[in-house]
Design a protein around this ligand. Structure first.
Ligand code: ADP
Ligand code: MG
Length: 246
C-alpha cells in the first residue's frame, strides 16, 4: 500500500547513456538531470528517438546509466544488488510499458493481482472488478492473455500497474492503443493517483491532450532536455512543441 506520508520521489542526476560502438554509437541521453517530486505527475514528450523510453528505462532501473545517478526515494539504484532492485520495484513501482509482459498462464484477474500478492498485500476482488469495469474489462477477468485482443491485454497491464497503488508509476504511451474514452479514464486515474494518493507519475506521451493531465511537461530532443513547461492546456502545450520544433 502506498505510504501517503512518504511517497517516493524519483531523480536523475547528470545521467548519460550511449548505445553501440564507434561510428554506430548513439548518445541516447546526454547529461540529463531531472527531479520528479513526490505526488507529481510529469509528462515526457519529444520526437521519436529523442530518448524518452531510454529515460524511463533508466529511471525505473530496467537499464543502467553509463554515468550519473538515479534515485528512487532515498535509494541510489546503482548501490542496489539485482535482488535489492527487484525488491524495490516490487514494493514501490508500477509499469505501464508497451510490451505488456503479462504472465501467459495466469488469468487477467490473476495478472492484475500479481504485484499486490508479491508485495504481500491482501487482494480485494471487488476492487479488481471495479477497476476492470472502469477499463472495459468486465467479463474478461477469467480469460488468459492469449484469449484477449491486444487492446484488452494493454488494459489488463494498465490495471495491473494501477491496482496495487504503487508509490511510483512509469507509463510509456499508456493511452496509445486505447479508444478516446478509455484513454481519458486512464489519464484521470493517473492524475488522481498523484493528487489524492501522492503517487509520483512519470508518463511518456506524444499527445498534447494527454500531457495536459500532467502538472509538468518535459520536452526531450537529441537526448537533452529541450524545455520544461509547468503544465498547461493541450493547446498551449501543442503550441510550445510546435515552437520548439520550428
Ligand atoms: P524515444 O523513446 O524518444 O523514441 P529511445 O529512448 O527509444 O527514444 O531511443 C533514443 C536513441 O537511442 C535512439 O537513437 C535509439 O535508436 C537509440 N536506442 C535506444 N535503445 C537502443 C538499444 N537497445 N540499442 C541501440 N540503440 C538504442
Ligand atoms: Mg519510445
Amino acid at each position: 500500500m502506498v505510504d501517503v506520508a512518504r511517497p517516493l520521489a524519483v531523480a536523475a542526476t547528470h545521467v548519460t547513456k550511449r548505445f553501440g560502438q564507434g561510428d554506430a554509437a548513439v548518445t541516447a541521453l546526454d547529461d540529463i538531470s531531472v527531479e520528479c517530486e513526490r505526488g507529481s505527475f510529469t509528462a515526457i514528450m519529444g520526437p521519436s528517438g529523442s530518448g524518452k523510453s531510454t529515460l524511463m528505462h533508466l529511471l525505473s532501473g530496467l537499464d543502467t546509466a553509463d554515468s550519473g545517478e538515479i534515485t528512487i526515494g532515498e535509494t541510489r539504484l546503482s548501490g542496489l544488488s539485482d535482488r535489492g532492485l527487484t525488491e524495490l520495484r516490487r514494493k514501490h513501482v508500477g509499469f505501464i510499458f508497451q510490451a505488456y509482459n503479462l504472465v501467459p498462464t495466469l488469468t487477467a484477474e490473476q495478472n492484475i493481482a500479481l504485484p499486490s500478492l508479491l508485495a504481500g498485500q491482501a487482494i480485494d476482488s471487488a476492487a479488481i472488478r471495479s477497476l476492470a469495469a472502469t477499463l472495459g474489462l468486465e467479463g474478461r477477468l477469467r480469460h488468459l492473455p492469449a484469449q484477449l485482443s491486444g487492446g484488452q491485454q494493454q488494459r489488463v497491464a494498465i490495471a495491473r500497474a494501477l491496482f496495487s497503488q504503487p508509490d511510483v508509476i512509469f507509463a510509456d504511451e499508456p493511452t496509445g492503443n486505447l479508444d478516446l474514452q478509455r484513454g481519458l479514464e486512464v489519464l484521470s486515474i493517473l492524475q488522481r493517483g498523484a493528487r489524492e494518493l501522492g503517487q509520483t507519475i512519470i508518463m511518456v506521451t506524444h499527445d498534447a491532450h494527454a500531457a495536459s493531465y500532467a502538472d509538468r511537461v518535459i520536452v526531450l530532443a537529441d537526448g537533452k532536455i529541450r524545455d520544461t513547461m509547468a503544465g498547461g492546456d493541450a493547446l498551449s502545450i501543442a503550441q510550445t512543441l510546435a515552437r520548439i520544433a520550428a
